[in-house]
Design a protein around this ligand. Structure first.
Ligand SMILES: NC(=O)c1ccc[n+]([C@@H]2O[C@H](COP(=O)([O-])OP(=O)(O)OC[C@H]3O[C@@H](n4cnc5c(N)ncnc54)[C@H](O)[C@@H]3O)[C@@H](O)[C@H]2O)c1
Length: 272
């Protein structure tokens, strides 16, 4: 993808927010965190305690002048604590939150969709989908987000169409997108807080590469997308615009950020 230098315009000046899911420098959340701070925001980073052990997130925290609040999103008490500690750190309410969390136990352990181990599936849904509800509900109940705040989750088009190797993550993403619509209604009514999901192109990250045949698939998607695949950097730019005051009236949407893949029937490159 052609790189463009986007200068800081202080789009997030005086804004504060939570960024989950930065594991290493390939993570989409990593790029979002960097860009939030470039655009003038203050952030709190969070990830599962197990991800902390890799240690890379400390470098990001240093670079972005952020604190890290460990939180395994399968444990609701830890989610509540994440919101409390963030409010304590910010000295009050904040303005945005990114859910950038996904993991499938069956995919990771090589179990096909036609032979799922259901206790793993429950855990997959819990980590990848229900956690979005938990994070939003914690903010809603603690009145943690300023009016006109913005909440985002990251999703994939397998919620709408069949990509066989995406397996149980397809249902996770369908639930995630539904949570954005439903909570978007309630939080919009209460505090004008908007809730959306961004449906991103396949992207080379730890979570992405866990899907079988990922490299072939990335090249197929590239050929099917008139603009080419959107990379993590471009996704982060889109997140910034969604956290900014320029998108105040967008809520309850699933927003495709995929170079046109979602509406392309077939491309000449693929036919050839
Ligand atoms: N990479 C892609 O191709 C792609 C495409 C569309 C959407 N997405 C979505 O983007 C989001 C970010 O993924 P990524 O591609 O940057 O990969 P990533 O592996 O860098 O990020 C996934 C994150 O989830 C965290 N996580 C896992 N279990 C957790 C738990 N119990 N508690 C808290 N955090 C936990 C991991 O530690 C990791 O930081 C995911 O929702 C993913 O499904 C990715």
């Amino acid at each position: 993808m052609r790189k463009q230098i986007i200068m800081s315009n202080n789009l997030l000046k005086r804004k504060k927010g939570i960024i989950s899911g930065a594991l290493d420098s390939n993570s989409i959340a990593w790029k979002v965190a960097e860009k939030c701070v470039e655009q003038g925001a203050e952030i709190v980073l969070t990830n599962a305690p197990i991800a902390m052990r890799m240690g890379e997130i400390n470098n990001l925290a240093e670079k972005t002048n952020a604190i890290i609040v460990p939180c395994d999103v399968t444990d609701n008490d830890q989610v509540l604590e994440l919101v409390d500690k963030s409010m304590e750190h910010f000295g009050g309410k904040f303005d945005f939150m990114l859910h950038s969390i996904g993991m499938s136990l069956n995919v990771r352990k090589g179990r096909p969709y036609t032979d799922l181990k259901y206790d793993w599936t429950h855990k997959t849904y819990d980590i990848s989908a229900l956690s979005f509800h938990k994070m939003i509900q914690a903010c809603y109940q603690k009145d943690a987000i300023n009016d006109w705040g913005s909440i985002l989750g990251l999703t994939y088009i397998a919620a709408q169409r069949v990509f066989p190797d995406y397996s149980e993550m397809s249902e996770s993403k369908a639930i995630l997108e539904s949570i954005a619509r439903n909570f978007g209604y309630h939080y919009g009514k209460k505090n004008k807080v908007r809730v959306n999901t961004i449906s991103q192109s396949p992207t080379v990250t730890t979570a992405g590469s866990g899907v079988k045949g990922f490299d072939d698939f990335i090249s197929y998607a590239e050929k099917m997308s008139p603009l080419g695949n959107a990379d993590a950097e471009a996704c982060a730019d889109y997140c910034i615009s969604m956290f900014s005051d320029f998108t105040k009236m967008v809520t309850m949407q699933n927003l495709f950020h995929d170079g046109g893949f979602s509406f392309t029937g077939v491309s000449n490159e693929v036919l050839r």
